[in-house]
Ligand binder design. Structure first.
Ligand SMILES: Nc1ncnc2c1ncn2[C@@H]1O[C@H](COP(=O)(O)OP(=O)(O)OP(=O)(O)O)[C@@H](O)[C@H]1O
Ligand SMILES: Nc1ncnc2c1ncn2[C@@H]1O[C@H](COP(=O)(O)OP(=O)(O)OP(=O)(O)O)[C@@H](O)[C@H]1O
Ligand SMILES: [Mg+2]
Ligand SMILES: [Mg+2]
Lengths: 476, 476
């Protein structure tokens, strides 16, 4: 006879931690660092402050050249976490503040817990979290482990201290099994690429060999924090609408639509309800399940809603992206002026997939510095996170290597030195896995990336044609 | 101020259903069918009975050429589900009977629920499940929906009936939004490839256009059902060992090791405990967390454990794989005898990754029937499931297209007609996503696939050399 069992969400992600990017001691230390840094960046951007992030990885025991025990410490000047919330924020899987329709790096309520969980199951380490939400708040210190089978924190210490230094931010420390020597180059790439896509952040990294890496901000201007948005009628289903109907205090269907969805004003609501032939007597209170199905189908098919509002998004911008690209590739403005190198960036108009707004920004760069090695160098970003693994599974890779006909732009792929930068920002990034390493090839997203690269390619073509022309001139 | 929220596992997979393969009405109907069929196949193989599976997809409303409402019905002659269990098995995410170390198609406790959930959120459908565990059991009928926010079933009907026909099995029916015209060819490929890898199953499929497809069994011999196995010491971590220590009734550490792990006999236990320098006074009762960490590290590093036991696995076998390949590619034994086509299969010795045993079986086929279109045709299987999506992200694709130097085997990739079949079976398939569509490139797994193809390649080479030789002869 079969034996049946239920498992908690923590147990599920413990058993399947490879799906979240925690496969081996080298991959796990990379994932640990990126999950913690992304939490800190989110926490700072939400406040609109330039992030100051300090990260230290120290070797505790075991081989230095292979898996050993390391301690990880990260500190930020972000908005902090209320003392009562800390145990759940770090001890309960599927708990967090990023379950909204808002452009944040976090979206699963899982990353921080995975880092702690991996440390705990490899070294039995507990985690110490210290945080304060500002000068008016005391400093809370929590030491906890995760009860994986129950998916709840095991609190070993929970006390507050006076906030003598008027501090605001969060500091986290725990031990974990790591293989730094194998992960080092990816970790440093992650830092460097974060510096490109978050040019207003200071990141300090002290590595296990005692080396100090400083990634200094190139600007103190922090862009507008992304804002939360309502669902768009094209992104709904029966469950979403039923949940809204349950909690709404709207008296009429018109009011319900205006209040809970974006881009529905009075006139639109009225016209739409006519189109949907929802009777005059229907109210949020008396909607039957069949009414809801009818309403949802009408919402999905009605073509006269305005496109999703993208003002909630916070892209990087063409200038900042160009600055970051030049920095990463070691291209000076002089190189460009003298025609030895090219950097071109562009930001597309907002687009949508499945009712979610998104913006694609691309950069193309050509310079002798760029190693060709038979391929086009691809840098991928989503919601200002660098994506460094599983390149060949990403929609951008597919576009760059299978869709774009580079000869149209005077590029011989693998011979002409070329680097392509793609940044996608959205209220929901269509990652293919919870490990946040590559983006699914959803048609709307794929088309937008194709069009962005084609548009950017035309300016690249001018540069390469001119270069080719000058070279032929010189020959004569 | 940030608003914090916890969500249930059902809510998590509802919000991220694309990660589970439920992206669009066409992809979702494929995923729905494969999740249900795989549950039925598991249920039959566990009993050792040749599966008889009936699947019907009928169009209910909406466009026939585009997303519409369909009803899905699947019936099997498997082991059935106990009446009291049905609500949780189909109404609670992260609940199931496949959380063991055993080769089954299911491994997440999620698939059946995702199919029902997608139907529910697109059409508000309830699901009817009817099951009996055999002639001595009554027939239980349950009608339910899933309370997504609470992750529990909402039972709308739950009654038993006398089992007049002495039936054993399960029947499930519900409605869902589907786009059959776009999914049809993938669904039929899935059926055909299931017929290859499960040659002892009968599958009947009635499609929305009323067409009947019958995939008849080629053999009535059902292989030994896969068995459950204990963890191998190389696959442990602190959490696993702590859980075992909590529940064990072993009085000594030696007994604990022998009882709860595979491949540890009396002598091995003693030698290992000496190697680990676990003091004589240590018992399962008085192990401290530091002792557990020490024990786990020793277990991972001790080299004298026997390799994981693979007798629990149930591969297809070289003969059955060859039969299935010939059927799929329309190659007759006559074609092969006359040298017009080649089919070669081989089963590798068991291997392991991260303490999990696995077996790789490969087949290579060359015949004029095989379309070349500039690439090598690749068929992928895992635990007797055909994998039809995300080919380019799969470890087998990487091996076939990037690692193997086909010229060593007289193959000009894309010109020489070639089909490669790869089947991996394991107590835990290293899928990269919960959608079970592609396998991660874990080094041990990748090496094994490379070696399998190289080994099979040598026999292919003989055939292609001979063919080339005869062709040159004919020219003179
Ligand atoms: N450094 C930090 N500063 C402020 N809040 C934080 C910090 N780290 C974590 N949090 C809070 O804890 C919550 C849980 O973090 P966690 O990384 O587990 O999930 P997430 O960031 O919401 O989603 P994801 O799994 O995609 O990372 C966050 O939503 C955030 O509210
Ligand atoms: N047709 C069936 N016959 C017998 N038992 C079934 C059947 N379908 C589902 N079950 C039972 O219900 C449980 C839950 O099924 P579900 O598909 O949700 O998860 P799973 O098969 O365990 O894992 P996965 O998510 O990988 O498919 C199964 O473990 C099995 O015990
Ligand atoms: Mg996070
Ligand atoms: Mg299943």
């Amino acid at each position: 006879a079969e034996v049946f069992q239920e498992i908690s969400a923590a147990d599920f992600f413990y058993r399947n931690r490879d799906i979240a990017g925690f496969t081996s001691p080298s991959r796990a230390v990379y994932s640990t660092i990126r999950e913690l840094v992304e939490n800190s960046l989110d926490a700072c951007e939400t406040m609109g402050v330039p992030p100051d992030i300090y990260l230290r990885l120290s070797h505790e025991s075991g081989p230095v050249d292979g898996p050993g025990v390391y301690s990880v410490r990260v500190e930020d000047n972000g908005l902090g976490i209320p003392g009562k919330i800390i145990p759940s924020a770090f001890g309960q899987v599927l708990y967090g503040s990023k379950y909204k329709l808002r452009q944040t790096r976090g979206q699963f309520g899982l990353g921080g817990k995975m880092a702690l969980l991996y440390g705990q199951v490899t070294t039995h380490s507990e985690a110490q979290i210290v945080s304060s939400t500002g000068p008016k708040d005391r400093v809370t210190e929590v030491i906890l482990r995760i009860d994986i089978q129950q998916n709840k924190p095991i609190i070993m210490k929970n006390k507050t201290h006076p906030n003598k230094h008027h501090w605001r931010g969060t500091a986290i420390e725990f031990k974990t099994e790591a293989d730094y020597s194998r992960a080092m180059s990816k970790i440093l790439d992650y830092m460097k690429q974060t510096a490109i896509i978050v040019p207003y952040a200071n990141i300090t990294f002290v590595d296990p060999r005692g080396r100090l890496y400083r990634f200094l901000r190139g600007t103190t201007t922090v862009p507008e924090a992304p804002t939360e948005t309502s669902p768009h009628p094209h992104g709904v289903d029966v469950e979403t609408v039923q949940r809204l109907l349950k909690v709404t205090n709207a008296k009429t269907l018109q009011e319900f639509l205006r209040k809970h969805f974006q881009r529905i004003g009075d006139a639109t609501a009225r016209k739409f309800l006519q189109y949907a032939s929802m009777g005059q007597r229907k109210t949020p209170r008396n909607m039957t399940p069949d009414d809801v199905v009818k309403l949802v189908n009408a919402m999905k098919n009605y073509e006269d809603f305005l496109a999703p509002d993208s003002s909630c998004l916070s892209p990087l911008g063409e200038d900042l992206l160009a600055t970051g690209i030049k920095k990463e590739l070691g291209i000076t403005d002089d190189d460009i002026a003298q025609g030895h190198a090219y950097v071109g960036t562009l930001q597309r108009k907002p687009a949508t997939y499945a009712g979610f707004p998104f913006i694609v920004e691309v950069g193309l760069a050509s310079s002798k510095n760029i190693p060709t090695e038979g391929k086009i160098l691809l840098f991928r970003f989503a919601n200002k996170i660098p994506l460094l693994f599983d390149e060949a599974s990403d929609v951008s890779w597919k576009v760059v290597n299978n869709t774009i006909d580079w000869r149209n732009y005077k590029v011989a792929p693998g011979e002409t030195p070329l680097a392509v930068f793609v940044h996608l920002c959205s209220t929901k990034v269509p990652y293919k896995t919870v490990g946040k390493e590559f983006i699914a090839d959803r048609p709307d997203v794929e088309h937008e990336i194709v069009n962005a690269i084609r548009e950017a390619g035309r300016t690249l073509k001018l540069y390469l044609s001119k270069k080719e022309h000058l070279a032929t001139e010189r020959k004569r």
